[in-house]
Design a protein around this ligand. Structure first.
Ligand SMILES: C[S@@+](CC[C@H](N)C(=O)[O-])C[C@H]1O[C@@H](n2cnc3c(N)ncnc32)[C@H](O)[C@@H]1O
Length: 353
């Protein structure tokens, strides 16, 4: 069978390079399932792979911006937004009075003044699009363009200066950072045209915290935030700006002005984001899904340890056949400092399924 092509994503912890290996291991264990719940969905690549494999897919992520990406790639089956229409959305519509939330609050932080102005206009123009398909496409190309224009592809630092003053060195892609939204839109509209498809199933994208998500599927894929023993930056801190854009009308009253990067606090949560409570959160999650096969992605030098997690799975359900598979050393695009850091898969095959 020909290789499955996947959208290129620049997301922290994306399983793009690993998803084929993960799927092969699931097949090797002869798990029987026709539905998948990807409860920490992120870029949606595991979901997308499962969609290509003709499964019924439920995508979920705590962040609305991610769930819109999931809506586009997983729930919807086509892209109706043309490049011309997307580019026109960067311009104000005559007679409309626009708010300037990004321009007024984020000068010199993430994007240039001109870019901030374009973001303000584009986001508000999404309200004038006539259906959900067009709206999700518009958000998708904006989020992807914002990510690709950022040093490190993240929003936890107010480092626009780094981008603007960057001369040369090993790191960074100054050329991409300086590409205009209009230019980048072409790439992401093409991406949507290539990757949106119908697999004949009712797939959905949810926006809930993992512990609040009450969807069920034969196979639960758990790819949670991952901790080392040192300090960790939460997903919220890394991507708060995009979560703000997905809640444009609420940004103004949710800016933390004490932080240099003007963090937008919407959907900030410690669930699965605190080392001290992670194992309890995981136990709770597993107890909610004892009728499924469970597949967990984690790393061998993380906290809690792989053995702690495997032990927890064994203790939750006698019908789980638990195995731990070392997938080797996979450097993440955004984290090159991981020499002794192997990717591990824990599979709990539910023998009643
Ligand atoms: C390791 S990433 C998942 C990456 C994904 N598998 C991919 O290939 O892109 C973890 C994801 O969990 C989400 N997340 C963090 N805390 C969460 C929670 N309590 N409930 C649901 N999702 C959460 C983050 O937004 C992030 O997208």
């Amino acid at each position: 069978m020909s290789k499955i092509r996947l959208p290129v994503t620049r997301y922290y912890g994306s399983k793009r390079k690993l998803v084929e290996r993960i799927w092969n291991e699931i097949e090797r264990k002869e798990l029987i399932f026709d539905s998948v719940l990807d409860i920490f969905g992120g870029t949606g690549l595991f979901s997308y792979y499962a969609k290509c494999k003709s499964k019924q897919v439920i995508y979920n992520d705590i962040f609305r911006f991610n769930s819109i990406i999931g809506k586009k790639l997983i729930q919807q089956s086509s892209n109706e937004l043309t490049l011309e229409r997307a580019r026109n959305m960067l311009l104000p519509i005559e007679g409309v009075i626009y708010r300037n939330v990004i321009t007024e609050n984020f000068t010199g932080i993430y994007f240039t003044d001109e870019e901030n102005h374009q973001i303000d206009i584009f986001i508000q123009n999404i309200n004038f699009l006539e259906n959900e398909n067009l709206q999700a496409s518009a958000y998708y190309i904006l989020f992807q363009s914002c990510i690709i224009k950022r040093p490190y592809n993240l929003f936890h630092r107010n480092n626009l200066n780094m981008r603007l003053n960057y001369k040369k060195g090993n790191f960074g892609n100054k050329k991409t950072w300086e590409r205009s939204f209009s230019e980048l839109f072409e790439r992401f509209i093409n991406e949507l045209d290539e990757f949106c498809f119908d697999n004949g199933e009712e797939n959905i994208s949810l926006n809930s915290s993992a512990l609040q998500c009450n969807a069920q599927a034969n196979l639960l894929y758990i790819d949670p935030p991952y901790f080392t023993s040192g300090s960790n930056t939460t997903y919220h801190s890394k991507y708060h700006f995009l979560e703000g854009l997905a809640h444009y009308d609420e940004i103004q009253k949710n800016i933390d002005h004490n932080k240099k990067n003007k963090e937008i606090t919407i959907n900030k949560s410690l669930e699965f984001e605190s080392k001290t409570t992670f194992l309890n959160d995981l136990q709770q999650l597993l107890l909610n899904h004892t009728d499924s096969h469970i597949v967990i992605s984690y790393r061998n030098n993380g906290v809690p340890s792989i053995e702690d997690m495997a032990e927890l799975l064994r203790s939750i359900n006698n019908n789980f056949e638990v195995s731990v598979i070392d997938l080797g050393n996979y450097g993440y695009a955004l984290n090159r400092n991981n020499i002794n850091n192997n990717e591990v898969l824990i599979i709990a095959k539910n023998i009643l399924l």
